[in-house]
Design a protein around this ligand. Structure first.
Ligand code: NAI
Ligand code: MG
Length: 356
């Protein structure tokens, strides 16, 4: 019996609704396989804790998480707590503290889900966006001076290091190499941003020599949005900075039908620390408590977690079950259906038990 210790942090808004659904699905996968179990330990960190104790997680939060095999994360964000506090109080300290420098965001049109793009169908938009997740525009480097005065200044300084760029570039080339098309697009903005982005381009060229079988090209980020919409078939693996990939992956999620199906993995490729798996979406307070949050992104990220843990059969079983359920039209309202979170979850669990 293989058993995995998973830290579950549902946090805010619809986070608890989708993580609860995900934990039921993981239990079903364990039962179906018979030789693997996922033991979830729940942490009540998030905005409720912030309101009571003035902190999103305890000071020794990272120490508490360290022994786990993986982290299963919901979402942060509350209407009455500033977003930079919720994000910098919980999610970003985990990503940075555990050096989860590769943020991996797959997209694909799932059967039963309709893309807003014409002539794009099942299996299309089969992309993986690799987002640099440790530095760049979100490194937290900057400050505010002369607060409240007319000469007030705010700086947000992007940090690009040779080490940081080379390791994400290598990760992206390796991932591209492992996929059938062996195709990588490196996104920058090296015309207007002439220091850090030019360094990206140079290091991409250097690292490319190590992967002669990968075809690669360069795009400026603004032109990339056009290519994703108008020439989507020409893309496969994509690598970009923290900010650029954040934006491009929301676009990818929307083009694939809904943010409610888009997953993400925050990976420490060297496996020194637990990696973290989450849906891309936020806490969605407009639908919190209504029972209609789409759990598919949270299931898909569980499949990424299973891949990371080496549980490939359970991962395949989960994605096949999700695709079957969506194909049968059991969909939440964000993707045009009428089903509840409960109904989608029950159907996926049933499909797992009925799968081979
Ligand atoms: P959001 O992703 O929470 O919601 C955007 C829209 O998509 C909303 O209309 C929402 O109802 C819908 N949506 C999102 N997930 C869905 C799902 N699973 N099923 C059905 N519909 C879904 O983004 P928004 O509204 O900009 O932000 C809300 C809060 O979430 C903010 O406080 C924000 O800072 C936070 N946030 C947190 C993230 C995280 O924890 N990683 C990521 C993005 C936002
Ligand atoms: Mg985002």
């Amino acid at each position: 019996m293989r058993s995995y210790q998973i830290a579950a942090i549902p946090a805010d808004g619809i986070g608890p609704e989708v993580i609860e659904a995900g934990s039921e699905v993981l239990a079903a996968l364990g039962q179906r396989s018979g030789d693997v179990s996922f033991d979830l330990t729940f942490f009540d960190w998030g905005s409720d804790r912030y309101r009571k104790h003035g902190e999103m997680m305890p000071a020794d939060g990272l120490e508490q998480l360290k022994p786990f095999d993986a982290i299963y994360f919901g979402a942060v964000g509350a209407p009455d707590v500033p977003d930079h506090i919720t994000l910098w109080g919980l999610r970003l300290p985990i990503c940075q503290g555990f050096d989860q420098y590769a943020n991996v965001r797959p997209t694909k049109i799932i059967p039963g889900v309709t893309s807003p793009l014409r002539n794009v169908g099942v299996g299309d938009l089969d992309w993986v966006i690799v987002r640099e997740n440790s530095e760049g525009e979100y490194s937290g480097n900057g400050g505010r001076t002369h607060r409240g005065l007319p000469e007030e200044v705010g700086t947000e300084v992007a940090i690009f290091t040779r080490v940081g760029i080379a390791r994400i570039m290598r990760y992206a080339f390796k991932l591209a190499q492992s996929r059938p098309r062996k195709l990588l697009t490196v996104v920058t903005k090296s015309n207007a941003q002439r220091h850090g982005m030019v360094l990206w381009d140079e290091i991409a060229t250097e690292v490319a020599h190590e992967f002669p079988d990968v075809t690669w090209d360069k795009m400026l980020v603004d032109a990339m949005t056009v290519r994703m919409v108008k020439n989507s078939q020409s893309l496969d693996t994509i690598v970009a900075t923290n900010l650029h990939a954040d934006i491009l992956s929301d676009l990818a999620g929307a083009l694939a039908g809904s943010l409610g199906v888009a997953p993400t993995a925050n990976i420490d490729p060297e496996r020194r620390f637990p990696s973290m798996f989450e849906p891309i979406h936020g806490s969605a307070f407009d639908i919190t408590g209504k029972g209609i949050a789409n759990p598919v992104a949270t299931f898909w990220t569980a499949s990424q977690m299973l891949d990371h843990l080496g549980e490939l059969e359970s991962s395949r079983r989960l994605m096949t079950a999700v695709e079957r359920v969506c194909d049968a039209g059991i969909l939440t309202p964000d993707v045009g259906g009428k089903a509840t979170t409960r109904e989608v979850t029950d159907a996926v669990i049933q499909a797992i038990h009925g799968s081979n």
